[in-house]
Structure formats: structure tokens, C-alpha cells
Ligand binder design. Structure first.
Ligand SMILES: *Cc1c(COP(=O)(O)O)cnc(C)c1O
Length: 464
């Protein structure tokens, strides 16, 4: 703090009592040498600025040093950082949707740590097609003529609309003009693609004749959008892909299906709904099917487009395709995930394992963990194993029942405080709270996470 300003400032200004940023930084580095200097300095600046603003507004400065230390610790923590998902929501949007299979994670690490033949043909030594191998596997798995991958499904839908319908009309049912988490709104995507939206039908009912009457010379495509995160029940009619195909054929317009969440394996026998199987939508007559790589497929964030060769080629050669392309790390993860599907090793994909694991087996895992926790936590917590409803999440399979098993904990500190303690553990554990109990849902625990749950609980209850 320089001396001149001290003289000029009126003695009663409480801002004079604030430490200087330099002083605060030095003190913090001494008190918490494990925190990196850049984080301490940035945190000290923020904390002092916040305190000044609070004082200027007539409030109190608060505990500036403590706040700075918390901010510095927060900045120093890598983001995104590892957490344990004990919520029972398989595709948890806030927790990064699908965890990768170990084989996919290793492929990412290998591609990340060295150079790779991402655009090289090793046989000729010349330039290679970036997506040739992914396209081949996607076609083998789906029976599609052609396939393309971009960075995410919002991008895939944008690309399909822009490449096939820019400056023209696309018809969408009013029942499908939805918003899907993370600000994906169908009308806005159409607008961004330079497409004129023609709405047909009503919120609850749309009939084939609604599409037929709306088709004109300007119509480029019929777009079907999966409602993804909600269900309509009662007096409801929608037009399916087969009827849209017929209407499209009669008028020479494309049928685009934004399926959102889909698998390439036929898991309908396992209780998954018909419309979760992407190849089935092609068989029903969609020209293009778009879906996410990190929802039911269980791979990395990606937007996958399957469909007719001529249309996919138009997407591929659109200038937007380059802007939306998938990075090499995502390619490596998707490549490894598709190989697991081709090799009948789909249960190594965590998302599919979680969805398909029989509830009896989840129960056995829950009892094993509960026993371990009983030994460790002794009398600190009341522990019970409960049958609970699970959820797929991530805008996938609304209405799909996924029974699960949770370990319910009751402690003297109360459920909210325990959940907060678990979030503050070295590896945070995310849980549900029901009737003042913490539920640790075992369905969404990955291999080896039992020990992380045990450690986090010991941490939260002050036993470690
Ligand atoms: C999830 C979803 C999207 C967005 O996909 P991202 O991969 O998150 O970009 C688009 N449309 C539908 C129907 C979806 O369910």
C-alpha cells in the first residue's frame, strides 16, 4: 500500500483496513504453500475486489483472507474433476453423461500423448481420409449406406438442416418443437441453419394430412424430433417415420430424424423402447438419423449421422462440416467404443452395463458395499439397503423404468449436511436425498468406486 494514498484518504474509510493484494497473496502462499501462486494471486484480487464493492455498498468486508483461500483452492482444482455418481441417474447431464469404457479411455490417452495417423494413409504414406474407419464401422453396425460424425448432436442437426434445406422450408410438428436441456431449442436451430420453419398440427396431435397440406415447392425436408426428456400421454397422436417416408416420397422431400439418444445394438429385447435403436429408424424409412455419441451409445460427445449416401455426402462437403468436426480425442474414443460393439463386448461400455444389469445383481453389489460401510462407520450411521426407482436421464428414454438399489444412510448431522460433506471429499460423491436420508444408488457406481464411497463417507463423517 503506498503511503501517499494513506495520507489523502479520510481515516474513517473502512476500505483502508483491507489488506493489499500483495500482502494477502504473500500471507496465503505462506499459509497454504500447496496452492499454486497464480491461483492465490487471482483469488486475492477477486476477494479484495469483492470486499471493496461490499464496503462501497455499505455492507461488511467479511473474512477476506478466508474467502481468498477458498477461492484459490477452488481455482487450483482441475475442472472437470473426477466425481462418483451415486445418484442412480445413468446419463447425468451435469456429470458429463457417459463415462467411457476403459478401452476407449486408453485409446484417448494413446492418441493424446503422441502423434497419430488421424489424416494419414499408412499404406501409401499420403493423406488419408479422416473418418474412413469410423464411417466403415458405423455402416457395419447400422446397415446405413454412409455415416458422418461431428462434435455433438446439436451440430449434426444444424449441419443436416443447413446442408439440405438452407433458404427453404422444413416442416415440424408442433408437438416436437421442444427444448432439450442445455439450450437446444428446435426452432432456434432451424433459424440458425437458415431454414424457414413450417409448424404443423397441435401440441398433442399431428396427422399425416397436416404434413401433406403444408408441403409446397419450397419444402426441403420433414423433420422429426424425439421429445427426449418428456412424455406425452392421453389424447395424443403423432406421425411415425413410415408415414413420413410415404409423404416424403410422394413429394420428393427428405425425412430427417433427430433421434437424440440411440444405440446401434438392438436392445429392444432387453426392454428398451423401439425408437432407441437407430438402425430401426433407417429401416422404417428415415433418410438421415442423427443422435449423440454420449447418450445411450455410451461413447464420447459426438453427433452421429447415418443415412443415404447422396445426402450424407452433401453434409460432408458443406463448409459447416469443417467448423463442426470432431477432434482426434473424440475420434479415438468413438473408434474404441464402436469396436466394443462390433466385438460383442458392449457390457464393457459403462452406460450399457448400468442400463442392462439385472436389479438382483445391483442388489448383491449393494449388500456387499453396505456390509463394508457398516464395519467402517460402526454406529455413526443407520444403514439400510432399499429398492428404489432409478432413472436413465440425459434426455433419454423418458418413462423407461429402471429399478435400482440404494444404501440409505441416516446420521445425526442430517442428510443435507452429509451430502455436502460427500461433495467436499477428495473424490466427491453425488447422492440423492429422500426423507432426510442419503441414498447411495449402487447401479451407477463404476468398478472400483466402492472404496471411493467408503473414503468419502469417512471424510464427511470425520472418521478419516
Ligand atoms: C440430446 C439431444 C440433442 C442434442 O445433442 P447433443 O449431443 O447434446 O448436442 C438434440 N436433439 C435431441 C432430440 C436430443 O435428445
Amino acid at each position: 500500500m503506498d503511503r501517499d494514498s494513506k495520507v489523502k484518504n479520510p481515516a474513517g474509510d473502512p476500505r483502508r483496513a483491507l489488506p493489499s493484494i500483495d500482502r494477502l497473496t504473500r500471507d496465503l502462499i505462506q499459509a497454504a504453500p500447496e496452492l499454486p501462486g497464480w491461483a492465490v494471486q487471482a483469488a486475492a484480487q477477486q476477494a479484495v475486489a469483492r470486499a471493496r464493492a461490499a464496503l462501497a455498498a455499505g455492507g461488511s468486508a467479511g473474512h477476506v483472507a478466508m474467502e481468498a483461500r477458498q477461492r484459490a483452492a477452488e481455482l487450483a482444482r482441475p475442472r472437470p474433476g473426477r466425481v462418483v455418481n451415486a445418484t442412480g441417474v445413468v446419463l447425468h447431464t451435469n456429470l458429463g453423461r457417459s463415462p467411457l469404457a476403459p478401452a476407449a479411455a486408453s485409446a484417448v490417452a494413446a492418441a493424446a500423448q503422441g502423434y497419430s495417423d488421424v489424416e494419414l494413409d499408412l499404406a501409401s504414406g499420403g493423406r488419408g481420409k479422416r473418418q474412413a474407419s469410423l464411417t466403415r464401422m458405423l455402416c457395419l453396425l447400422s446397415g446405413a449406406e454412409d455415416a458422418l460424425v461431428v462434435g455433438n448432436n446439436a451440430g449434426a442437426v444444424l449441419l443436416a438442416l443447413a446442408a439440405l434445406a438452407r433458404g427453404r422450408e422444413v416442416i415440424v410438428s408442433r408437438g416436437e418443437l421442444v427444448e432439450i436441456g442445455g439450450s437446444f431449442r428446435v426452432p432456434e436451430i432451424l433459424e440458425q441453419a437458415g431454414v424457414r420453419l413450417v409448424e404443423v398440427g397441435t401440441t398433442n396431435r399431428t396427422h399425416p394430412k397436416d404434413y401433406q397440406q403444408a408441403i409446397g415447392p419450397e419444402t426441403a425436408a420433414l423433420l422429426k424430433v424425439h421429445r427426449s426428456n418428456f412424455e406425452q400421454q392421453g389424447f395424443v397422436t403423432e406421425v411415425g417415420i413410415p408415414e413420413l417416408r410415404q409423404i416424403g416420397d410422394a413429394h420428393g422431400v427428405a425425412v430427417i430424424d433427430d433421434l437424440g439418444s440411440a444405440t446401434l445394438l438392438d436392445l429392444r429385447g432387453e426392454g428398451l423402447p423401439d425408437d432407441s435403436w437407430a438402425p430401426g429408424r433407417l429401416q422404417q424409412g428415415a433418410d438421415l438419423v442423427c443422435f449423440s455419441g454420449d447418450k445411450l451409445l455410451g461413447g464420447p460427445q459426438a453427433g452421429i449421422v447415418l443415412g443415404a449416401r447422396e445426402l450424407v455426402e452433401r453434409l460432408r462437403t458443406s463448409p459447416l462440416a469443417r467448423a463442426l468436426r470432431q477432434d482426434k480425442l473424440g475420434m479415438a474414443a468413438l473408434d474404441a467404443t464402436l469396436r466394443l460393439l462390433l466385438e460383442d463386448r458392449h457390457l464393457e461400455i459403462p452406460t450399457l452395463r448400468m442400463l442392462l444389469e439385472p436389479v438382483q445383481q445391483v442388489g448383491r453389489r449393494a449388500r456387499t458395499l453396505a456390509k463394508r460401510l457398516e464395519e467402517r462407520l460402526q454406529s455413526v450411521a443407520g444403514i439400510e439397503v432399499l429398492a428404489v426407482p432409478g432413472a436413465v436421464g440425459g434426455g433419454s428414454l423418458p418413462g423407461f423404468e429402471l429399478p435400482s438399489v440404494a444404501i440409505a444412510l441416516r446420521t445425526a448431522v442430517g442428510a443435507e449436511a452429509l451430502a455436502e460433506g460427500l461433495r467436499q471429499a477428495p473424490v466427491p460423491v453425488l447422492v440423492r436425498i429422500r426423507e432426510d436420508r442419503v441414498w447411495i444408488d449402487v447401479r451407477t457406481l463404476l468398478d472400483g468406486e466402492d472404496v471411493l464411497v467408503e473414503r468419502a463417507l469417512a471424510h464427511a463423517l470425520g472418521l478419516s
